[in-house]
Design a protein around this ligand. Structure first.
Ligand code: ADP
Ligand code: MG
Length: 405
């Protein structure tokens, strides 16, 4: 059996017309002799009745202390609604289909409610459904602990469901259907000139995703990479071929040894806060205490610059108040700045190439964007900027590295 996992995101199932498109995509795969396994997200975006954010809103009046277990139980309903509706649509057009929750589809997670990790996938339930001639339609973004508790996988988790099922079922490919033509050089909502990349490596797209390009979840890419399953990111609504995510990029006349381009794209992450803490350079224990206190509170920190007398780092804005409180309780006097964004130049090809940072600094200077902090790795250079400068910064970098159409 040649299995293909097809995942459809929130906008792809948001209207009757869109759902009709989904049915067509799946039936097309069947026509081509493939056995599709469908994974779906909750319907629509914030404001739509069954979207994840809307469900979360229902609990708001109960305050912040709703147990995470209960929160997950509610959130899991969004995808269950979609998979039953989609299965009904397949059945209506004479194509037997069966809706399955994450647990019913064999997805076992740890018990980190709200951000659970898939630890195991039992392929048997889906294989059984396929053998009986049904199209399995699986609720994405959710799983079950070994004890049968319902969990959710965190934002973008349906991509991870799709990749994990692809791995467990030995799928020929995993297709991520969404509302853009593929993985692009920047968020097309911000950069008009952004263009779709035909082929990218797992490494390139993992970096883009970790730095905020939300078109695909980084965990999904990692799973596909580990099991060497080709991923394709494409549009539900157009016939564009999309982006193939694979191991090596085949360039005409050359061996596929890895990425040849310097820069893959520009990614960004909004809602970042910066914390500065002044320390007594003679007291080394303070430094340990500072980072231990944040770790104990479960706050993850990002861009980190450590100097003898000062520590500067960033946290997600949602964690900023808590981080401030934790540090004050330990006797520190943190200086907190909210409303920032991280803009990253991503490219596995930049490793060891001199001058990339110089071009980043010059481009942002010309655009009048102040860099508040930077960090780099072998494949990224990230700059912290003011929130209101985000678009200017992304466009300036996109142009500097000639990523336009
Ligand atoms: P879905 O609901 O289908 O999972 P998402 O909203 O999670 O869709 O992801 C698709 C969105 O990702 C696009 O609408 C686009 O605005 C955004 N995006 C951000 N960066 C990129 C990028 N580099 N390439 C393509 N899309 C991007
Ligand atoms: Mg998504």
């Amino acid at each position: 059996m040649r299995i293909v996992v097809q995942k459809f995101g929130g906008t792809s199932v948001a209207s009757p017309a869109a759902r009709e498109q989904v049915v067509n995509r799946v039936l097309q795969a069947k026509k081509e002799g493939l056995a599709p396994v469908v994974v779906v997200s909750a319907i629509g975006r914030k404001g739509d009745p069954y979207a994840t954010d809307t469900l979360l809103g229902l609990l708001k009046e109960a305050g912040p202390d709703v147990p995470k277990r209960e929160r997950d139980l509610l959130l899991s309903c969004g995808e269950i609604i979609t998979c039953t509706v989609m299965a009904a649509l397949f059945n209506r057009c004479g194509q037997p289909a069966m809706a399955l929750t994450g647990g019913q589809a064999g997805i076992i997670t740890d018990d980190q409610f709200g951000d659970a990790r898939i630890v195991e996938v039992h392929p048997e339930p889906i294989l059984r459904v396929l053998e009986q001639g049904y199209i399995p339609v699986v609720a994405g973004f959710q799983g079950e602990t070994a004890d049968g508790e319902v969990t959710t996988l965190g934002r973008g988790g349906s991509d991870t469901t799709a990749a994990a099922l692809g791995a467990a079922l030995g799928a020929e490919a995993v297709e991520i259907f969404t509302d853009v033509d593929g993985v692009m050089t920047a968020d097309p909502r911000i950069v008009d000139e952004a263009h779709t990349l035909d082929v990218v490596t797992y490494q390139e797209v993992t970096q883009m995703a970790y730095q905020g390009a939300k078109v695909i979840h980084p965990r999904a890419v990692e799973i596909a990479m580990q099991y060497n399953i080709p991923l394709r990111v494409r549009s539900t609504f157009t016939d564009a071929p999309g982006t193939l995510v694979t191991r090596g990029v085949p360039y005409p006349g050359r061996l596929a040894l890895g990425p040849e381009r310097l820069i893959t794209g520009i990614a960004h992450l909004p809602h970042v806060a910066q914390l500065k803490v002044v320390l007594d350079p003679g007291d080394k224990a303070q430094e340990v205490e500072l980072f231990s206190a944040l770790a104990a509170a479960g706050i993850s920190i990002d861009l980190i610059n450590v100097f003898p007398e000062q520590k500067v780092f960033t946290v997600a804005e949602a964690d900023a108040a808590k981080a401030g409180e934790v540090l004050k309780a330990k006797g520190f006097a943190p200086e907190l700045t909210c409303g920032l964004a991280k803009v990253s130049v991503v490219g596995a090809g930049m490793r060891g190439v001199p001058g990339v940072m110089a071009r980043v600094v010059a481009a942002l200077y010309r655009a009048g964007v102040e860099i508040l902090q930077t960090a780099d790795s072998h494949a990224t250079i990230s700059c912290l900027v003011r929130g209101e400068d985000t678009e200017k910064a992304i466009c300036a970098l996109h142009e500097e590295f000639e990523l336009g159409k």
